[in-house]
Design a protein around this ligand. Sequence first.
Ligand code: CA2
Length: 150
Amino acid sequence: MSKVLLLHGPNLNLLGAREPEIYGRDTLADIDAKCQARAEALGLALESFQSNSEGALLDRLHAAAKDGVQLVIINPGAFTHTSVALRDALLGTALPFIEVHLSNVHAREPFRRHSYLSDVALGVITGFGVQSYLMAVDAAAARLAPTHDR
Ligand code: CA2
């Protein structure tokens, strides 16, 4: 079974409580459960992890690479726009990854238009709420299938 890691960055543990007009009403636990169900249906083993700490996210990526994780789905939260360290960890571990965002980062403040990760991601899904994550799980399954269409 292919192993996929779902990583959530800072403040995403607050989902469901505030700013539902931007981020929707699902809690992080709801999102994890929906992704887990989709992954299971597609034959993927999915683990998820959230941290508000950049170092903890880097350590989880390093562990994932050693642990045979084949693909990462990541919502880096605000670290998207700030973190060279996260970019270096993703490149350094050589883990292929899909960047996801709940909101459309291109339709918000100008500083959200720049990502330190997008140019080295397999792809970016932004603006579809919880569907962004589910589309990423579908894309991961397609990518990890023995013969995938490019
Ligand atoms: O749209 C996304 O998924 C973001 O990655 C969310 C980040 C933001 O910094 C990115 O630009 C886009 C923020 C996550 C904060 O989540 C909250 C949830 C509820 C209440 C407050 C913040």
